[in-house]
Design a protein around this ligand. Sequence first.
Ligand code: CP
Ligand code: NVA
Length: 308
Amino acid sequence: MSRDFVDLSDAGGSVLAAMIDDAIDRKAARKDWPKGKPDADAPLAGHVLAMIFEKNSTRTRVSFDMAMRQLGGSALILESGSTQLGRGETVADTARVLSRMVDAIMIRTDDHAKIEELARHADVPVINGLTDLSHPCQIVADLLTIVESGFSLPGLQLAWLGDGNNVVNSLIEAAGLMKFTVRIGGPLGYEPDAGFVERARAAGGEVIFTQDPVEAVRGAQVVVTDTWVSMGQVGGDVHVAAMQPYQVNPALMSAAAEDAMFLHCLPAHRGEEVTDDVIDGPQSAAWDEAENRIHAQKSVLLWALGKL
Ligand code: CP
Ligand code: NVA
């Protein structure tokens, strides 16, 4: 049985903590090295990751490629539209063939059921690089960014503003696994997935909803937002209008804890969900967060391939 990383719960809380520790150690050990130079132990030498993209990506694409290089392996990109998958070859047959050719598969796709099917039929680990439902790799990077800034995850007070999308679903899952609080400020009708909320609460995470953005951020140590309209989502004027009160701007940040950290998975829509002065300001860790995609995914890859 291969270790799939379709969602954070596939790894669980203690593995997640170990992933963060390992990422911190590996990041420190290669400080100031050229970015493509392999880590001293090159633990994935000879290993190849296939990356399937059915949606656009900058960070996920580059960070997985660089992660594999730093671990001593390599990656190849399959743009779905130029593969037979894009012409209707089944997900199951694609899984069987790629399992004979590469050591692991990362996929960015729309329907979550597609990655579950891929994982069911692949003999090698399958990693979720974002679906309409979740974005677990992003959240490993976010947790790494939070922990390396000196915060402890259990008991952390985190606020999410805006749309109840794939990123917040994985954040909620993390709250259950690592026992922290997510206060969600957003309009009625744009809530995150109810299943993620229920499971996180059952696991000991706190998930609180409010329509009042100030109440959402009050006392929060970390403030997080994302695009109001995700890839493939039908947005429209009504959706965007409903999100306006949840813009993260200096006035809203001033209601959070002093020196609260601001995170955004990027790409940002400046002037919509966040203003320039917040994302470019001293409380923003968005660029560390982006870099941490590499370090976090190295841990995910190592775990998936049985090396962590
Ligand atoms: N945050 C993130 O996943 O970015 P990309 O869409 O550029 O991969
Ligand atoms: N919620 C966003 C995340 C992009 C990385 C989307 O799905 O488009």
